[in-house]
Design a protein around this ligand. Structure first.
Ligand code: GAR
Length: 188
């Protein structure tokens, strides 16, 4: 049986799209569901394009029930992949899938991590501090923001003229180049 991935995404889902593309017709790995906390997330449309099932949940269901754990167990999911997912993963989910949840963070952790450090907030802070480099971190997820064991990092250089949007573009390119490959590598 193929290894089964669930993607969690809150927004546009460009990373989700790269992952969906990589494992569409892959011999050993498939994406079986894309979950979102945001009913208008464009990531849901991207999943539909690949004929992958979607599921939307609210905060109360996510934080205070076992419904998402049950859904993932029923679907026999092997790996949970957070791709631009903005909520903290609750303890029941971490405990049900130990070392089976990974996240991508748009900076070189442990720098620029923690609560409130996500998306453009990260790139704005990088710009403000005049950093000369940034990058991406792929890491295991525990019940604290951005603190699980690091699996992979990649860097890119910044120039003083880079606006936060340019920094975001450079980081997205790194993410798209590496996240699907790293996911595949976890199963080899
Ligand atoms: C990505 O850059 C990802 O690293 C970041 O959100 C963006 C989502 O883009 N994630 C976080 O900040 C999580 N703390 P996408 O929707 O185009 O994939």
């Amino acid at each position: 049986m193929k290894k089964r991935i669930a993607i969690f995404a809150s927004g546009s889902g460009t990373n989700a799209e790269e992952i969906l593309k990589k494992f569409h017709h892959h011999p050993a790995i498939e994406v079986v569901v894309l979950l979102s906390n945001n009913p208008s997330a464009f990531a849901l449309k991207r999943a539909e394009k690949f004929e992958v099932e979607t599921s939307v949940f609210d905060k109360q269901t996510f934080k205070n029930t076992d419904q998402i754990v049950s859904l993932l167990q029923d679907k026999k999911v092997d790996l949970l992949v957070l791709a631009g997912f903005m909520w903290l993963i609750p303890k029941n989910l971490v405990n049900a899938f130990p070392n089976k949840i990974i996240n991508i963070h748009p900076a070189l952790l442990p720098k620029y991590g923690g609560k409130g450090m996500y998306g453009m907030h990260v790139h704005n802070a990088i710009k403000e501090n005049k950093e000369t480099e940034t990058g991406i971190t792929i890491h295991y997820v525990n019940e604290h923001y951005d603190e699980g064991q690091i699996i992979f990092q990649a860097k890119c250089n910044l120039s003083p003229s880079d606006a936060p949007e340019d920094i975001a573009n450079k980081v997205h390119q790194l993410e798209h180049a590496h996240y699907p490959e790293i996911i595949e590598g976890l199963f080899l």
